[in-house]
Ligand binder design. Structure first.
Ligand code: PLP
Length: 434
């Protein structure tokens, strides 16, 4: 702490960013990190522990980004560090089957109700990409249905109307994706049963799968209307299509079994990532055994990975998940969430803002709009200039929210009641200025 900043980042961060821009496109290895949607420049992290991140200039922040989801215990938990250390001493990668991956697969099948078999990979993107390929291989059909604002990683077929990163760059689609390929993806508004029924009536026989973020969390946080997810399950079943839940964000974060456990829905395939890797690069996908058995080497759908099931990554993920269980983490996070609910309600009342606030477990979003948010169109009614001011004002006062309106915030087990109280103060001041 110490210096007064007029920029969003201190001098060392600025220097690093200017060098980074010479060698890395946009200066970042993932676009949302560049602060484009809020303006200014990103700070560079030196260290993170618990609920806090320290930048290279020595300023510290209460962090609600949590490395974009994985850090559910908080940053650098002892249990995860020790597990990685122990595993590393025996070798950092084998490319030969190892006991950790068997244990991880057993745990995933035990925790996630619909998963009978699972394969590990290295990112959420790989997981959703493999789900799509499997669904096409299984059904012999090509068309995929996705929803406006749902992000499923940077998979060609899924990078259509794809939420935060794409949205805030003002490029809903990406260059480099053949139109004929993207044409196999139908995009529908989320929470719209009529559009769903119309589409299935027209092209239901072509549909390999619906892929959906079970709770869309890459366009802010959007919750399903009662019965909507059930409807997705029914209509896919009726038309011989598969239902893919993308639980990369929600899996192991909202409950042991993710949204499918909370909502009592059984998808055919599930994509996982983020929390499952304990902060290391991990993804996973799994589901019905008869579908998963189509994967090579048993079946004709090819999928592979040099580092998949990596011992360090498996050890980190297992340690994190076991720690969540041991600490009764999901219930505790919900308690912290309830504290946040009352703080937000009070702050909104005091500042007279009629903004929409949504929370599920440890995930939350404050939309800068008075309109209820049920889909991307609603989310886009948010007052973006006001959000930008709010973001920078919070950052300056040491509270780090994601640098975009269209992101979800995360509470971790390391956030204390004091952290939440301090955050409420900062938010109140920032909102009254914005
Ligand atoms: C983050 C995310 C992905 C992509 O995961 P990566 O590990 O970044 O490739 C896919 N789907 C959802 C819902 C996500 O939140």
């Amino acid at each position: 702490m110490g210096f007064v900043m007029t920029e969003s980042s201190g001098p060392l961060s600025q220097k690093l960013f200017s060098t980074a821009k010479q060698y890395i496109p946009g200066g970042v290895n993932s676009p949302v990190r560049a602060f484009r949607s809020v303006g200014g420049e990103p700070f560079f992290a030196r260290r993170a522990k618990g609920a806090r991140v320290w930048d290279v200039d020595g300023k510290d922040y209460i962090d609600y980004v949590g490395t974009w989801g994985p850090a559910i215990l908080g940053h650098a938990p002892i249990s995860v560090i020790e597990a990685v250390h122990t595993a590393a001493k025996d070798g950092v990668s084998f490319g030969i089957p190892n006991p950790y991956e068997v244990e991880m697969a057993r745990l995933v099948c035990e925790w996630v109700p619909s998963v009978q078999k699972v394969r590990m990979c290295n990112s959420g993107t790989e997981a959703t990409m493999s789900c799509v390929r499997l669904a096409r291989g299984f059904t012999g059909r090509d068309r995929i249905i996705k929803f406006d604002g749902c992000y499923h990683g940077h998979v060609d077929a899924l990078l259509v109307a794809a939420g935060s990163g794409a949205l805030t760059n003002g490029k809903p689609d990406s260059a480099g994706i053949p139109a004929s390929y993207a044409g196999l993806t139908t995009v529908l508004p989320y929470n719209d049963v009529e559009a769903l029924e119309r589409t299935f009536a027209e092209v239901g026989h072509e549909v390999a799968a619906i892929i959906v973020e079970s709770y869309p969390a890459n366009a802010g946080l959007i919750l399903p209307q009662p019965g909507y997810l059930q409807k997705l399950r029914e209509i896919t079943q009726k038309h011989g299509a598969l239902l893919i839940f993308d639980e990369v964000m929600t899996g192991f974060r909202l409950a042991k079994g993710g949204v499918q456990e909370l909502e009592n829905i059984t998808p055919d395939l599930t994509a996982m990532g983020k929390v499952i890797g304990g902060g290391l690069p991990v993804g996973a996908f799994g589901g019905r055994a008869d579908i998963m058995d189509l994967l090579a080497p048993d079946g004709p759908v090819y999928q592979a990975g040099t580092l998949s099931g990596n011992p360090l990554a498996m050890a980190a993920g297992l340690a994190q998940l076991r720690e969540m269980e041991k600490q009764n983490g999901y219930a505790r996070l919900d308690e912290l969430g309830k504290i946040m609910d009352s703080a937000v309600a009070e702050v909104l009342k005091k500042t007279g803002k009629e903004y929409q606030y949504y929370r599920k477990g440890s995930m939350f979003c404050l939309f800068f709009t008075s309109k209820q948010v049920h889909n991307l169109g609603d989310a886009k009614t948010s007052d973006i200039p006001a959000f930008r001011k709010f973001f920078h004002s919070c950052l300056k006062q040491g509270v780090y929210f994601a640098p975009s309106q269209f992101e979800t915030g995360f509470i971790s087990l390391a956030h204390s009641a004091d952290d939440l109280a301090r955050t409420a103060e900062v938010v109140q001041q920032a909102l009254s200025e914005a």
